[in-house]
Design a protein around this ligand. Sequence first.
Ligand SMILES: [Zn+2]
Ligand SMILES: [Zn+2]
Length: 437
Amino acid sequence: MKVNADLHCHSGASGGVGDLNIEKVAETMPLKGIELLGTGDCLHPKWNATLKEILNEFSEGVFSPTFDSDIKFILQTELIFTCAVKTGRKSVHIIFLFPSFEVVDKIIALFEKWDVKNTIGRPFIKCEDKNDVAEKLYQMNKIDDLIEIIPAHVMTPQGVFGSNNPINHLEEFFGDSVELIHSIETGLSADPIILGLIPEFDNLTLLSNSDAHSHHLARLGREFTTLEVKTLSYPAIINAIRTNNIVRTAEFNPAEGRYFLSGHRAGKKGHNDKFCVFSPKYTPKNKICPICGKKLTIGVLERAFELSIAQGGNRELGFLPKNSRPFVHMVPLVEIIAESYGIKSTTSKKVLREYQRIMAVLENECDMWFMKPEKIEAKLEGVVDDALIRNIVEVRKGNFTFEPFGFDGTYGHLVIGETRDYLNVNISPKSPQRTLM
Ligand SMILES: [Zn+2]
Ligand SMILES: [Zn+2]
């Protein structure tokens, strides 16, 4: 059976915007077409207690809410491991999946032994060096070898290959425990094409997750992975991840991702309303911001090129490893609706009303991205405005871009009806406030 899974979320305990509430999530997930969700923050005392109260075991390691609902959960958290690497002290976000509440309780006890402060949703695990990282991951693995360790959003600044104190091989951070890693999360600013530049990923499973901090339609399920499993159970899910039994991934468009290109956003200290953004070819050689004189935030695309060279890949953009799986690019439907009506907020009443109208005739949003444009058109005729239908179909056909592309923590802004290949960006440093080809 096929399962649409989004295995990386956060509760309110992780900070950021909003808070995940199981009842609200249960309303959003069927609309999006997500069947299996990571609980987020399952080690956090308060959220852990809520989860124990509100979830019943549906099958081995898979949980359903105590109220009437078809949605399912698995126990998940994100942890931040830090250790010294040759470029400085590096922090790496890592997703963990757990087979049961008992195992989660044993991990909490282990963290007490390690003196980990477990009062935030995403605790820090401070390590001396890569050997210490490996030692700690092996200790966790010893509790249960079905605990899955997935480096999160690998290319963003906080990911293992991110621009903060960069390293060029997984081993430089994970030491020997690299053998415990079977998969990585692509992150919002990267897709299989970009990650295809990096030889070390050739034999790993690529997973896509939303990293949502709220139940909102623009966040939950904005990336997901369709897994092929024999039964809907935790061991079967882990087996699918470890054997790359992935049907497809649905990707956020990298150009919309907050770390796609290199640059400094407006509003940064010394910037006022000026910003600078560079495609890899045009980033200043010293990687220094021409406006404020500080180090630029290096984007995902540029890091992928650097890693390709460092790992001896010499690959052209567009190369897909033989183990890669089919994927599509999506734009959250609420963003298309908001853009169509010139509304800023994707949670406004008008946007949600139109969204509900569309979902009354389409199965769910995820399915829409795998539907032929003509079919979408036929189904929506007379249901919503023609202009909105046209915009949805344009996006489904790939006729859209972002202006500017995402960089330094800012999402790209959707423009429908124009195309600009995200893989072919040429942004020059000559006019740093507004740098487009
Ligand atoms: Zn993270
Ligand atoms: Zn700057």
